[in-house]
Write a protein that binds this ligand. Structure first.
Ligand SMILES: CC(=O)N[C@H]1[C@@H](OP(=O)(O)OP(=O)(O)OC[C@H]2O[C@@H](n3ccc(=O)[nH]c3=O)[C@H](O)[C@@H]2O)O[C@H](CO)[C@@H](O)[C@@H]1O[C@H](C)C(=O)N[C@@H](C)C(=O)N[C@H](CCC(=O)O)C(=O)O
Ligand SMILES: Nc1ncnc2c1ncn2[C@@H]1O[C@H](COP(=O)(O)OP(=O)(O)OP(=O)(O)O)[C@@H](O)[C@H]1O
Ligand SMILES: N[C@H](CCC[C@H](N)C(=O)O)C(=O)O
Ligand SMILES: [Mg+2]
Length: 431
């Protein structure tokens, strides 16, 4: 993508050598270095670095908050964005669900962290719209591929490190190393102190947590009727309330409170008061039907599934889930085991099979179960959801995991309209 920039010796910048010409400068990144000769051969106006172009996009005129971690990035980013807007700040947010500015959707879903120049372009738009803050999710792929190069973060946040994406990073050790490498510099950072795998530069480090001593420490909480949490900060006590559910959201919300407090310097009491206005993210712990109780959640990792199912463990659960194709194979048996251990009945189905055989993905999931014969196997996701809904009785809850607010099912390279929430609503209306 060529981006026009006014008042420069060149007219455009690009990160793709194929787009280079006499009026287009090539921004040399960690990812496109191998195309440098191609850019020169095509007569690129000049070769420039991300640091050279960052000020041209206004990166030095906005506070960028970057969030990484296996789970909770979108939720924490959305909570920060919501609290900032509630407190009267102008803010933008970029992540798995798209690009948002001052409460409007500017662009829909793309990558969790887009390419370097796409992020720069979003920041440029945010600066032009008068935003003081730009909240962005930083995936592990983005860290390896330096998609956030040249950004001087006002704050970096670590939610947690469990297992995902080993198809890309190959070993858990490497994945953990990549996540932690984001926190090796001396910049301001906010770390989940209860994450034992966190390893960070202690300079300018702030922490949050519920179990270990932390700068923002949850000293008491209640999960009855939403979340209430008491946070201790330098000896003072502050309380927030939220309509959200699940202990894991105590972490996401505490991180958001601490982050907003750290970047704005606003009164912590006012920050806590603004938490209640955040209702949560579409497709995460979303109650699709109250009676019967049916919940949709985006859990697509072993830990995500454990967190969600533990949050609902007062109830007997019928759990419908699969695992994405062309993604970490080694998480599949672990997901099978989590479901088997926590659910009353498990329905194993397809998620986004992509180029893989759905039966083979299901076999990987069943491979982690002690009693695979007890699971219901139905590769057709709609049929599996229907089976769970008709098998449900009494107070049991149906929990449909993995796709959250996704609106498509990806089979090979085609996207077929599929929204778990709509499927559930239509099945319930047929009864
Ligand atoms: C595995 C992976 O992450 N691949 C990403 C990677 O692809 P690649 O290395 O094959 O790219 P490439 O075509 O060689 O291009 C690399 C660079 O060289 C440049 N180029 C390319 C060709 C050329 O002739 N000249 C040239 O200069 C390109 O403009 C680009 O800047 O770089 C591309 C450009 O930045 C990404 O679009 C692509 O993401 C693919 C589409 C993808 O599906 N990525 C997923 C797995 C991903 O990134 N997911 C994460 C995590 C999700 C989460 O857990 O939330 C995400 O952030 O979304
Ligand atoms: N703090 C947390 N710890 C563990 N699991 C969590 C946490 N927050 C959310 N989850 C689980 O992970 C799922 C995804 O949450 P969210 O979208 O916020 O994460 P994410 O890190 O942005 O994921 P992705 O990398 O896929 O974009 C939720 O639906 C929930 O099941
Ligand atoms: N950001 C995650 C989302 C996974 C969602 C799940 N439905 C799947 O397709 O595996 C990924 O791309 O790995
Ligand atoms: Mg996300």
């Amino acid at each position: 993508m060529k981006i026009a920039l006014p008042d420069q010796p060149f007219r455009f910048v690009t990160e793709n050598s194929a787009e280079c010409d006499a009026e287009t400068a090539f921004v040399l990144t960690g990812l496109n270095r191998r195309y440098l000769d191609d850019a020169k051969a095509r007569g690129a106006h000049s070769i420039i670095s991300p640091a050279d172009v960052a000020p041209l996009f206004g990166l030095d005129r906005i506070n960028v908050i970057g969030i990484t971690g296996t789970n909770g990035k979108t939720t924490t980013a959305s909570a920060i964005y919501s609290i900032l807007l509630d407190l009267g700040h102008k803010a933008a947010m970029q992540g798995t669900r798209g690009f948002f500015m001052n409460d409007t959707v500017v662009e829909g879903k793309s990558l969790t962290t887009p390419t370097l120049l796409e992020t720069y372009r979003h920041i440029y738009q945010a600066v032009a719209a008068g935003c003081e803050y730009f909240v962005m999710e930083v995936s592990s792929h983005a860290i390896v591929q330096a998609r956030a190069e040249g950004i001087d973060f006002a704050l970096k946040i670590l939610t947690n490190i469990t297992q995902d994406h080993l198809d890309y990073h190959e070993t858990l050790e490497e994945y953990v190393r990549v996540k932690n490498s984001f926190f090796a510099d001396e910049g301001k950072k906010l770390i989940n102190k209860d994450e034992a795998k966190a390893d960070f530069n202690i300079k300018n480090a702030f922490t949050y947590g519920a179990e270990n001593p932390a700068t923002y420490k949850v000293v008491a909480y209640s999960l009855n009727d939403g979340i209430s949490a008491v946070v201790q900060h330098f000896g003072k006590i502050h309380t927030f309330h939220s309509p959200m559910h699940g202990f894991f959201n105590v972490y996401n919300l505490t991180a958001a409170v601490a982050a907003v407090h750290l970047v704005t310097g606003d009164d912590l009491e006012a920050v806590c008061d603004a938490v209640g206005g955040f209702a949560g993210v579409s497709g995460r712990m979303e109650v699709v039907s109250e009676s019967p109780l049916v919940i949709v959640d985006f859990a697509h990792t072993p830990d995500g599934m454990a967190q969600v199912l533990n949050a609902l463990k007062e109830k007997e659960m019928l759990v419908v889930f699969g695992a994405g194709g062309d993604r970490d194979r080694s998480k599949r048996p672990l997901m099978g085991r989590v479901a088997e251990n926590l659910a009353k009945k498990v329905f194993v189905t397809s998620d986004n099979p992509r180029s893989e055989d759905p039966d083979a993905i299901i076999a990987d999931i069943l491979g982690g179960m002690t009693y695979p014969e007890k699971a219901v196997v139905e590769p057709n996701r709609k049929a599996a959801i229907a089976m769970a809904l008709s098998a449900r009785s009494g107070d049991e809850v149906v929990v449909v995991l993995g796709k959250g607010d996704e609106q498509y099912q990806i089979i090979y390279d085609k996207q077929f309209p599929f929204d778990d929430r709509e499927v559930i609503r239509s099945l319930l209306s047929e009864v």
